[in-house]
Design a protein around this ligand. Sequence first.
Ligand code: COA
Length: 256
Amino acid sequence: MYNNILSETSDSITTITINRPSKLNALNKETIEELHTAFAKAEEDTGVRVVIITGSGEKAFVAGADISEFANFSEEEGAELARKGQELLFDYVAEMGTPVIAAVNGFALGGGLELAMAAHFRIASDNARMGLPEVSLGVIPGYGGTQRLPQLVGKGRAMEMIMTAGMIDANTALEYGLINHITAQEELLPLANKLGGKIMRNSPMAIAAAINAVNAGYENAVDGFDTEIEEFGGCFGTEDFTEGTTAFLEKRKAEF
Ligand code: COA
């Protein structure tokens, strides 16, 4: 039924697995659309009490948006990419009434970290690496990263992560409050299911209301999401963006 993801439900928990391991589970357009469908199905099914999102393989949760797909986009297409993605997936997940746990099983970079941050909370395996490397490509995070990272780790740490384009390891992510727990890789999904089990003992209606109330406290960030879309689109008209994405696809270091 899906080309890029797997979705299975057991004991009222839906586990959605992004399944493009040869591309480190990078998010192309079709994957984002399939994820939207799978999350929407889980949200509409009252039998589903928790959703776990993870990546297939041992290396990556998601290594970002698919760079090969947007390297030639115009400014308008860039802004549209961010706007559509935020609507279909990132804001959609953040606003779901069904709790979503991200089980980060490896690299969570760019759109991958943004997807993990859109989930209601995150756990990670000890090999996980997280970062927002977009400025190394001549662009900025466009799927909510400029808003959700400072909310989770504080402004200064977010600024440093975004400006250096560096990766942090799972221990640093724990220290920053970006993830709640670290486990060995083989224990990651069992822990996500165990946490899901604890959540399920509680009222689904009250949980949905609590998610809505917690999210409401961050609503002043709404303008920030719009600014992100505008700035993201603007990057697509720059020489730095052409150089950054071309260098990645040619497997060389960008020269800005
Ligand atoms: N978009 C498209 N393809 C991607 C990708 C992305 N974001 N991330 C990885 N891939 C592809 C690679 O091009 C490669 O494909 P190929 O085998 O057809 O050449 C494959 O996935 C494996 O990646 P590779 O780079 O060879 O693995 P690595 O172990 O050497 O490096 C990373 C792993 C995560 C450090 C590296 O893939 C990377 O930097 N990815 C991009 C991260 C990024 O900038 N994300 C933000 C996008 S906005």
